[in-house]
Design a protein around this ligand. Structure first.
Ligand code: PEP
Ligand code: MN
Length: 336
């Protein structure tokens, strides 16, 4: 981190600032130019509050030269993290497909979809029990009953289940859930992230609607700082000026996240586009870009779905996506 000082800093105040920085365990390197003087801060600067430092009367600007995240950073952890749920892995050469309806609706629905997606090669079952809906009048999910039905589908199919946590008050209901999803709207719910850091469950962390790659990694850092390193990052599209798709899928996020972090990365082309026929080409794009998997919405009767039917694939369309991915996965040396 580099601190650019204002001209002619008061020596007493400068000594006070320097000792504050040294007390944080940092080593200081001073550099005096003709017009500008700098302090180079060496050490773990992840805990330095840049805004507070920038507000010091001697300081002109503060610049980071290294990333503010440590636990999620590949520089400090070069090997890929592999999330392993009873032998079902995300990472380590697997291209893991998570599939299922947007929301759990009935026992027949979730079991029918679970059996169908499993038959086509999905490894994880998704389904929302608590749904973040824009309208308070829209279907909000079956709540605890939804989790109970997901667990039934798990008992029948032996697929690990992924479902979204919307409030820490519901955490007790998630004790048998395999992967807890933190949705886009909660990506920066820092109290939730901190609490999940104390959990031993894998967390599927979705990118927020308008969040940068660095913000996503800082949210992962919140979870990891608490001791939970089982985090899966999910690119699900971001808001842009474009209205032709529900969001704009940021495919460049995949290689970038893989480069910056050791965490597995999955892509959700269903929420990224909102358009079912785009799920196949964008799942292929995710595989080609180096993702560790995709999450796809599948419903046994999309036109009657209580949530996101318009973007959901039928089981047959899902089977066609899997068939298209299979030769590509083989070519890329990935296990589908
Ligand atoms: C979902 O996966 O069901 C969902 C609500 O996604 P997102 O948080 O990405 O909008
Ligand atoms: Mn959905």
């Amino acid at each position: 981190m580099i601190v650019v000082l204002k001209q002619n800093p008061d020596p007493v105040k400068l000594e006070k600032l320097s000792s504050q920085l040294r007390d944080m365990g940092l080593t200081l390197h001073f550099s005096q130019g003709v017009h500008t003087s700098l302090i180079g801060l060496v050490g773990d600067t992840s805990k330095v509050d840049m805004e507070m430092l920038g507000a010091n009367e001697l300081v002109e600007t503060v610049k980071r030269v290294s990333e503010p995240y440590k636990a999620a950073n590949r520089k400090f952890h070069p090997q890929d993290t592999v999330v392993n749920v009873n032998g079902c892995k995300i990472g380590e050469g697997f291209f893991s497909v998570i599939a299922g309806p947007c929301s759990v609706e009935t026992e027949e629905q979730i079991i029918e979809v679970a059996q169908a997606v499993k038959k086509s090669g999905a490894k994880f079952l998704r389904g929302g029990a608590f749904k973040p809906r824009t309208s308070p009048y829209a279907f909000q999910g079956l709540h605890d009953e939804g989790i109970r039905l997901l667990l039934k589908a798990k008992a029948v199919t032996h697929m690990p289940i992924v479902t979204e946590l919307m409030s820490l008050g519901h955490l007790d209901l998630f004790s048998d859930v395999d992967i807890i999803q933190v949705g886009a709207r909660n990506m920066q719910n820092f109290e939730m992230l901190k609490e999940l850091g104390h959990s031993n469950k894998p967390i599927l962390l979705k990118r927020g609607l308008a969040n940068t790659i660095e913000e996503l990694l800082m949210s992962a850092e919140y979870i990891m700082a608490g001791g939970n390193s089982n985090v899966i990052l999910c690119e699900r599209g971001v808001r842009t000026f474009e209205t032709a798709t529900r969001n704009t899928m940021d495919i460049s996020a995949v290689p970038l996240l893989k480069q910056l972090s050791h965490l597995p990365v999955v892509v959700d082309p269903s929420h990224a586009t909102g358009i079912p026929w785009m799920v196949k080409p964008l799942s292929k794009a995710a595989l080609a870009a180096g993702a560790d998997g995709v999450m796809i919405e599948v419903h046994n009767n999309p036109s009657k779905a209580l949530c996101d039917g318009a973007q959901s694939l039928t089981p047959l369309q899902f089977a066609q996506v899997m068939a298209a991915l299979r030769p590509m996965a083989e070519f890329e040396g990935k296990i589908l």
